[in-house]
Design a protein around this ligand. Structure first.
Ligand code: SF4
Length: 642
């Protein structure tokens, strides 16, 4: 059979009684999968961009992976998460490999912080960089593993805690790497990873790595990715946000503090420390603390356009930080017989300096400037208002085949929104059907008696309705909110009243909460945005998804506000062209958590009845799968057979 894998072509793979049906005991012919695979094949052959929406259950990973392998081109596959990256590499590729006569040339690459820096590991043996017993214990594990690992990817050490501080001192991140001057360069895991990528036809990355590459495109490894001519983006609905982050600027108090600590640690370990160096570093730390404190306290994201007025009042404190950075790098420049590790520290000081100046200049009209405060952290951010022109220039005009896919790309059957937001002017489109029978598997309930979600009476009424629904479904639910505050308030009120275990986002790492949810019978998870997507709980354990409000982006958020203004100024209608389609895609994502397999059944509830009362509500219905719809709780009871 193996010799036929390349010869059968895409149709022979996915067709009824095709190759896949022979190879896979549970394989079921899916017309949508074949349709998508053929669209991808055609795009790769004809060098055209493609937008393809493929609902859950289509089998879309194989539908792009197989034509990518058969194309004979070097294709970068970019996923939304590291988990999906691993699933492709460790599950889908080995499955396909069994049926190819020749080895498939596939590799996966993650961000640099996932890999071990050998040089730092060896240095740590000689210099006292580890603190506490835990770090020493983690170090021992890493040290042993380093002797045998082929990849240096930390995911191989299952026992290493996610937040291991020892790892963060030993990873291969760019700001502490000396590149080709490093004695370990030839043996470096990054060098090996790059060599592997150069020999590969399919390179599996995630969006963060892809955009880091697109926005930087240079380091001693000669760019992160080798040359390629085609890209497939899975979970492509996330691209605007990720691109915005990587084409933007971010400088914060912790970055400066970390920088000072790294300089100090290196000076200690390489014996070039001096009283003067200590004085300069303490000066920079103090200046930075004073400066960032000027931006006030509190939590959250706020716009900032008062740079000129701010400077009039606080120029001295701002210049103290710049001067502090300059002093550190001039002191580093004069270190006699400086170790190679000084070079990335010099580069980092200059980058921090430039970023701070860019942000404080505040005059680039293409960016929105804002501040984010989290705990004691203060981050000065600048985000491009419109990523479409950047993406058009750097991606869609440079690479001849870009394939964007997701379960949520189209709004009411149209791809106009994603085209405009991402700057894809010429692309074919396809919307392929899922195998699920949504009208039999799920009921969408929109209660009509609840007040408008903007009214003060909504909270109590929503809590009562959530409690009724959870009793019907015996817990086993996600209750998803558009705001943290609302999530906490509803959780606080209901967790005492309900007889089911109530889990709350923020009380543990995301994956641990999900694990607990999967393990705990009748659990209810109260969560916000990070659980609206990329979460998979097939089976009865998740039988209900309740959403409190239509997920319009917060209009006062600085980035949303700037984008709304831009749409208006360019003659569009911000609500219909931006806010409504964005909310429709988010709602589709949120409800998409419920039905993950053909045997899943359950209830979807939207407590915001503007969807039935306002004219724009139809856009949401036209974007969602054809769930059975009701406004009557009795119908929900009948559906659940209770
Ligand atoms: S090249 Fe950079 S990442 Fe690799 S071992 Fe050397 S310092 Fe570490």
């Amino acid at each position: 059979m193996s010799s036929t894998a390349r010869s059968v072509g895409v149709r022979g793979f996915f067709a009824p009684k095709g190759a896949l049906s022979h190879w896979h005991p549970n394989y079921e012919y899916r017309p949508g999968q074949l349709e998508m695979a053929q669209a991808v094949e055609k795009s790769l052959k004809e060098k055209r961009h493609l937008l393809v929406e493929a609902g859950t259950g289509t089998g879309k990973t194989l539908a792009y992976l197989v034509p990518a392998i058969l194309s004979g081109r070097r294709v970068v596959v970019s996923t939304g998460t590291k988990n999906l990256q691993e699933q492709l590499f460790f599950k889908d590729v080995p499955f396909l490999q069994q049926h190819f006569a020749t080895p498939l040339k596939v590799c996966y690459m993650k961000g640099r912080a996932n890999y071990l820096c050998r040089q730092k590991l060896y240095d740590a043996e000689k210099a006292p960089v580890l603190e506490g017993l835990e770090e020493v214990a983690d170090y021992q594990v890493i040290r042993e593993w380093e002797k045998t690992t082929e990849t240096g990817d930390r995911a191989e050490i299952r026992t290493l805690p996610e937040a291991s501080t020892a790892w963060s001192k030993l990873d291969a991140r760019r700001e502490r790497c000396t590149g080709q001057r490093c004695p370990q360069f030839e043996r470096c895991f990054l060098t090996k990873m790059h060599q592997k990528a150069h020999e590969s036809d399919i390179i599996i990355v995630n969006h963060h790595l892809f955009f880091a590459d697109l926005s930087v495109k240079e380091d001693d490894f000669g760019g992160i990715l080798p040359e390629y001519t085609a890209v497939v983006f899975d979970e492509a609905h996330e691209l605007e946000d990720v691109a915005g982050t990587y084409f933007g600027v971010n400088v914060g108090n912790y970055q400066i503090l970390d920088y000072c600590r790294d300089v100090s640690a290196l000076a200690r370990s390489k014996n070039f420390g001096s009283a003067e160096m200590d004085r300069v570093l303490i000066g920079l730390e103090d200046a930075s603390e004073l400066f960032f404190r000027l931006f006030g306290e509190g939590e959250g994201r706020t716009g900032f356009s008062r740079q000129a007025a701010f400077l009039e009042q606080h120029r001295e404190q701002y210049e103290d930080v710049l001067h502090g950075l300059e002093l550190v790098w001039t002191n580093l420049e004069i270190v006699r017989s400086a170790p190679e590790e000084v070079i990335p520290l010099l580069r980092r000081a200059r980058e921090l300096y430039e970023k701070l100046r860019f942000w404080m200049d505040g005059s680039n009209q293409d960016f929105v400037y804002w501040i984010e405060r989290r705990g004691r952290g203060c981050y000065l951010q600048a985000t491009p208002i419109d990523v479409s022109s950047l993406l058009a220039e750097k991606l869609f005009e440079k690479i001849d085949t870009v394939i964007l896919t997701s379960a949520t790309l189209a709004v009411a059957g149209s791809f106009d929104y994603v085209r405009t937001r991402l700057g894809v002017s010429h692309a074919r489109t396809a919307q392929v059907a899922s195998l699920f029978e949504y009208h039999k598997q799920a009921v969408l309930y929109v209660p009509q008696h609840l007040p408008d979600p903007r009214s003060p009476a909504f909270f109590r009424a929503a809590c009562d309705e959530i409690a009724r629904l959870l009793r019907l479904t015996q817990g086993r639910a996600f209750v998803l909110f558009t705001s943290y505050q609302q999530m906490r308030m509803v959780h606080d009120r209901l967790s005492l009243e309900l007889e089911f275990p109530a889990l709350l986002q923020g009380t543990g790492p995301r994956h641990a909460l999900l694990e607990e949810f999967r393990r705990t019978p009748h659990a209810v998870l109260f969560a916000t945005s990070s659980f609206w997507q990329g979460v998979d709980v097939p089976g009865d354990q998740l039988s209900c998804v309740i959403i409190d409000k239509l997920p319009f982006a917060v209009p006062s958020d600085p980035v949303v506000e700037a984008r709304v203004r831009m749409v208006r100024e360019s003659g569009g209608n911000p609500f219909y062209d931006y806010q409504l389609p964005q909310a429709a895609i988010t709602l589709k994502q949120g409800f998409g958590r419920l039905i993950r397999s053909r045997s899943d059944r359950g209830v979807l509830a939207l407590l915001d009845n503007r969807v039935t009362k306002q004219r724009y509500g139809q856009v949401f219905f036209d974007s969602l799968p054809d769930y059975r719809f009701t406004t009557d709780m009795k119908e929900v009871e009948r559906f659940l057979d209770v």
